[in-house]
Design a protein around this ligand. Structure first.
Ligand code: PLP
Length: 388
């Protein structure tokens, strides 16, 4: 058998492995999960942790109501259903997102209309909304990407003028602030994910936050098969089983106790990388606008100028020295499954297209040590300054 050859840089640091993200778990999660198990409360209908987690998380997000559910994708589906988006409606949505955002709109039979981004925040550009509104537009679905809130005031102005619902995809932005107010309570519904790499996690999980009780009641009913009130098996509507289990909520209750610590760690990580990369040329770093307090879900960079086109080389060389990275999202308007259907066109959102080829994110886990951050930074700077 031949020995695999390794480059010098790989040999020197072969022992390192720094993942893109890792959940921050300790004995607290085990304690609450074991408590739920001991009480036999394991489903999504019974058990104290579901209500506990819903209440504490909704309050944290400046909302009166929280509806826990099975994941971020179903949270988006429930949020859209709760406010009354229907088949045939158009929903204005940021093109640059996890495609779950777009899929949720399609589940309803509504039409996603991709909106291009601001090149610095990578969020939906509110200045483009007005020109995309038609008589069929029913809602705007904003995505607070990588933990940075969308510039909401101009979005809300357009929404008020045209009587549109505003849904927030907060899957990457738990605890982020827009002008001092928490995301999730800025529109009509806030949709969160608790997947393993999100700000806090329940393994798989989601929540929709509402200020309006009627919307919350509708989402709660729909997530549990829309059972009837008096005769349980006379259903009120076509329901879904999108329930979060009490075991997942027990993990969420433990995670919730650490949310501010995790956010502080994410922010410190971003300041650390920012300082290390301050004088680098040919790379766009994450911004934090004056209106924003970002939670830096992932530290996302875009190669620019002389470094354009180098993404796969840089990612491969970082992997060789044990630094895991992940390429950025592919915009909705470039997705083959949508383009071939004729739902969008490749050139619909040029700014998102430009970022999508040169963007990726660096390790961003809350428990990375100063030593690990220094190591990632050194490797990134060295590779960027020495093209292969
Ligand atoms: C993760 C994510 C989702 C989907 O959440 P799941 O829990 O994985 O279903 C939706 N939107 C955005 C922006 C996300 O990052």
């Amino acid at each position: 058998m031949s020995v695999p050859s390794q480059s010098d840089e790989a040999v020197a640091v072969a022992k390192r492995h720094i993942p893109v993200s890792q959940p921050m778990l300790d004995s607290r999660e085990a304690y609450f999960v074991n408590d739920a198990l001991a009480k036999g409360a394991i489903s999504g209908f019974f058990g104290e942790y579901i209500g506990l987690f819903e209440d504490e998380f909704a309050r944290y997000s400046d909302c009166a109501y929280g509806v826990a559910n099975s994941n971020g994708t179903t949270a988006l589906h429930l949020g859209l259903l709760a406010v009354g988006v229907r088949a045939g409606d158009e929903v204005l949505v940021s093109t640059f997102t996890n495609m779950a955002t777009i899929f949720a709109i399609l589940y309803i039979g509504a039409t996603p209309v991709p909106v291009d981004i601001e090149p610095d925040t990578l969020n939906m550009d509110p200045a483009l909304l007005e020109s995309l509104v038609t008589e069929n537009t029913r809602a705007v679905l904003v995505v607070h990407l990588f933990g940075h809130p969308v510039d909401m005031d101009p979005v809300l102005d357009v929404a008020r003028k045209h009587r549109l619902y505003v849904i927030e995809d907060c899957a990457e932005a738990h605890g982020a602030l827009y002008k001092g107010r928490k995301v999730g309570g800025l529109g009509d519904a806030g949709c969160f994910s608790f997947y393993a790499n999100k700000i806090i996690t329940t393994g798989e999980g989601g929540m929709v936050t509402f200020k309006n009780k009627a919307f919350a009641d509708r989402a709660r009913n729909l997530k549990g098969l829309a059972f009837g009130d008096t005769n349980k098996f006379m259903h009120k509507d076509v329901g879904y089983n999108y329930r979060m289990t009490n075991l997942q909520a027990a993990i969420g209750h433990a995670q919730f106790q650490k949310i501010d610590e995790i956010i502080e760690r994410k922010r410190a990580l971003a300041r650390n990388y920012d300082t290390q990369f301050r004088s680098l040329v040919g790379v766009q770093l994450p911004v934090e606008k004056p209106y924003a307090r970002s939670v830096y879900w992932m530290y996302h960079v875009v190669l620019t100028g002389p470094n354009r086109g180098r993404r796969s080389e840089v990612m491969r060389r970082l992997a060789q020295v044990g630094v895991e990275t992940r390429e950025t999202f592919v915009p909705a308007n470039l997705q083959e499954i949508f383009v071939t259907e004729g739902w969008t066109s490749r050139d619909a959102c040029p700014k998102a297209n430009a970022v999508s080829e040169d963007g990726f994110y660096l390790p961003s886990g809350p428990q990375l040590t100063p030593d690990e951050l220094a190591y990632v930074g050194e490797q990134f700077v060295r590779i960027l300054e020495n093209p292969a």
